[in-house]
Design a protein around this ligand. Structure first.
Ligand code: GLU
Length: 328
């Protein structure tokens, strides 16, 4: 029995000894490799980039052509709501092209998920007059590059999406009168040392929206390298990642981005004129005239001012409605 106990207990104590040595070694290793030397493994993860990004876009530098008076629309006349409704693709709903990711202008409210913003409220007011019910609307999110094509294809009846009236665009669409007067500016990190256009060099990458007025404007006035994305909203992440040095687009859009990231600031003076209007299919002047009548009412009854003060005044300063210009 003693022998038996001895034969059994001997290997057991050897095992304990081995365990003790192993444990000591582990503790020693752990002590030597403290938190300072433990870190994530170094792997080369490529920075995620938005689809359609172009680091060397073919931008034709130059001011917008001045072959027309871009803000001149059609005088509101005798077009009735009934006549205007007859131009709609679906008699029950107005299909409106919008952005759903442009803070302040057209975006999804994180609380509740409803669409909100200055453009959205302008569109709701128009739909309210036209249909007698502002909920009779079908919202169609789209990028800047899709606006002209979709409204002419009849996918939407109108576009209310930060859209500048230009002579070039007048060739393809009809515009309402101007409902917001913007200008192009720069958004940069607060410690960037860039205080305006004059500080940009050929070394700087400036992100902006493809198919928008912005690349042409920046290329005309700066040596900086434009980087374009289909939706200018994707520029925000690219600036936060450090992939680009600045964003350039309209003041109201940049103000919406700056709210989302306090490490960024809008700098410099506006260096373009961006008169915003509602766009319609080429030839649909009845709807344009009717909407111009609604915009007249909104200027006169204080609706425009209420909407501006609600969405933009705090970020862009006080303003009054742009005066309408008519070509006939
Ligand atoms: N307002 C400019 C434009 O219509 C820039 C913003 C945008 O692309 O929507 O091109």
């Amino acid at each position: 029995m003693i022998l038996h106990r001895s034969t059994v207990s001997q290997p057991s104590s050897k095992r304990r000894l081995r365990w003790a040595i192993a444990l000591g070694a582990c503790l020693l290793m752990a002590a030597c490799s403290g938190p300072a030397t433990v870190g994530p493994p170094e792997v080369d993860v490529p920075t995620p980039l938005p689809e359609g990004i172009d680091f060397d876009p073919d931008v034709e530098a130059g001011e917008e052509d001045e072959d027309c008076e871009p803000t001149a629309s059609y005088a509101p006349g005798s077009v009735t709501a009934e006549q205007a409704r007859a131009t709609l693709g679906d008699a029950e709903h107005v299909a409106v092209g919008i952005s759903q990711s442009t803070n302040l202008m057209g975006y999804r409210d994180p609380v509740g998920g409803d669409l909100a913003g200055f453009d959205i409220d302008i569109a709701k007011a128009i739909v309210g007059h036209l249909m007698g019910d502002e909920t009779k609307v079908t919202w169609v999110p789209m990028t800047s590059g899709e606006r002209e094509e979709e409204v002419n294809a009849g996918t939407v009846d109108m576009v209310v999406r930060t859209m500048t009236m230009t002579c070039e665009r007048w060739e393809d669409v009809e515009f309402s009168s101007e409902y917001y007067h913007g200008g192009q500016r720069l958004l940069v990190p607060v410690d960037s040392g860039i205080a305006g256009l004059a500080d940009l060099t050929a070394e700087h990458r400036v992100c902006t929206g493809a198919s928008s007025t912005s690349p042409k404007n920046i290329a005309a006035l700066s040596e900086a390298q434009p980087v374009t994305v289909p939706d200018f909203n994707d520029c925000l992440v690219l600036l936060q990642q450090g992939t680009v040095d600045a964003i350039t687009t309209d003041d109201c859009i940049l103000a919406g981005m700056a709210i989302q990231d306090p490490t960024l600031e809008v700098v410099g003076e506006a260096f373009s004129e961006e008169p915003y209007a509602v766009a319609f299919a080429k030839g649909n002047t009845d709807l344009a005239r009717y909407v111009n009548g609604v915009l007249e009412t909104m200027r006169a009854d204080g609706t425009w001012q209420d909407l501006y003060d609600t969405w933009l005044a705090e970020h862009l300063g006080s303003a009054t409605a742009p005066a309408p210009v008519y070509q006939d």
